[in-house]
Design a protein around this ligand. Sequence first.
Ligand code: UD1
Ligand code: CA
Length: 479
Amino acid sequence: MSHDAAHAPLDVLILAAGLGTRMRSRTAKVLHKLGGRPLVAHVCRAAAALSPRRIYTVVGHQAAEVEQAVEEELGTEGGERFITQTEQRGTGDAVMAARDELADANSTLLVLSGDVPLIRPETLGALVQQHRTHRGHGAACTVLAVRLDDPTGYGRIVRDAENRFERIVEQKDATPEERLINEINAGIYCFETRSLFPALNQVQPANTQGEYYLTDVPGILRAGEEDVSVYLHPDAREVSGINTRVELAEFERILRVRTLRRLMLDSGVTFIDPTNSYVSPEAQIGRDTVVHPGAHIEGRTVIGEGCEIRHGARITDSRIGNGVTVKDHCLIIDSDIEDNCTVGPFAHLRMNARMDEGATVGNFVEMKKSRLGRKSKAMHLTYLGDADIGERTNIGAGTITCNYDGVNKHATLIEDDVKIGSDTMLVAPVRIGARAVTGAGSVVTKDVPPDSLVAGVPAKVKKTFHEEQKSEVRSQKSE
Ligand code: UD1
Ligand code: CA
C-alpha cells in the first residue's frame, strides 16, 4: 500500500464496544474465540498489516478484557489506543466517542467492526486505495459493499437513478422495495476525518432502534455534495460479520478447513480424517507427520517432521521435535519434546516439562516443570514434579517425586544412569547420585551417594558398588 506524502496519514478505528445480543452470551461478542483467538484479535492483525499510524479501539462491554485481547495482539508500545464508549447507543455514537482523539487529525480513518474476523489486509488495502484515488482526488467516504443472495439483516446500499450511491438504509428501517436490494454495507469504511465528524454531528437517532447509526454518515455526505464511493468486494464471506453462534461455528469450520488444506498441500502433513482434526491456524507441522483423528493441536505449537500424533492427543503451545510419537490421549501443554521421543498413552506434560532426545514417557505419567534426560525412561504410573533427571536413567513404575510439603515446592535431582526401583517415593529436596539404585518401595528422604544401593523406609544405604558390580546390577535390573 502506498504512503504518498499527498495523502493524509492512515488511522484505524475498531468498533468493539457492543455486547452482541444475538450471541446470547455473558461474554462480549468480540471476545468469543475463532481459531483459538478472540474475534477482535483477528481484526487487529489485519489492520496492523497495513502499518497505519495508529490503531484505536472503541471499548465498552468488558472493556478491560477487550483491551487485554487487543494488547496481546498488538503489544503495548502504541500508548493511548483505547476509547471508552460508556453507553452503547449505536455505531455512530461509537465513532463519536473518538471525537476528541480524532476530529482534529487530518487523517484517513479506516473504520472496522470487531466482529469481522476473516477480513484480509489486501482487501483493506484495496479499499483505502480506491478511497484515495476516487475521481483522481479521493473520496470523503468509501463504503465496502458486497452482494448477498440473502441480504436479510444487513444495511442496504441505496443508489440513485444514475446508479450513484445515495444512502444506506438499515434492515429494520427499510421499505419492502429497499429490502429487495442485495448490495449490502459490510460495516467497513474509509473516511476523511475532516468530513466525517461534521457529518456525524448531524446524525439523529430517528430510527426504529433509536440508535445513532454510523450508516447515516455516507448519505449525509452525499446529500452535502461530497464524494462517496462504494468499493464492491467479490468475496462476501470474508467481510461478513459474526452475529450468532451458528455463524461462529461456521467460520470456525471454514478456518479449520483452510488450515488443514494448507498443512496437507504445502507442508506435507497427513490427516487420517480431516473432518475430525483440530489444528490452530498458528501451529506449524513438519513433513510426513501423521495426525490421527480427534487430535487437537493448539496455540503456537510447532511439530517437526515424521512424527505420529495419535488419537485424542491435545498439544498446546508446545514444541515437538522430529520423529516423535505421541500416543493416544496425551495432554501436552507448554512443554518441549526433543527428537525421537515417545510419549503416552495417557501422559500429561505441563508447565515446561522437557524431554531430551530419545527419552520415553509411558502411560499414566505426569511431568511438571521437569526434565527427563537423553534416553531416560519413565514408563508407568509416575509423577515427576520439579525434577531434573539425567541421561540413561530408568524411573520405575509408580515412582513419585514428593515435591510439595504442604507449603513449598522442592526440587529432586537424579543424575545419569540411575535405576529408581518401582514405587520409590523421593521426598524432595533430594539428590540421587549417578549410577545409584533404589530398592522397590523405598522412601528416600536423604541424598543418595553415587554408586550406592539404598532401600527401606526411610531408605538407607545397603551397599556401595565396586566397578565390577555396577555392570552386574545393570544387567539384572529389568525395565
Ligand atoms: C452494522 C451496520 C449495517 C451493516 C452491518 C455489517 C450500523 C447501524 N449498521 O449492523 O449496515 O450491514 O454492520 O455487519 O452500523 N458497536 C459499538 N458500539 C455500539 C454499537 C456497536 O462499538 O454502540 C460495535 C459492535 O461491537 C460491533 C460493531 O460496532 O463490533 C457493529 O455493531 P453491530 O451491532 O454488530 O452492527 P450490525 O447490526 O451488524
Ligand atoms: Ca454485526
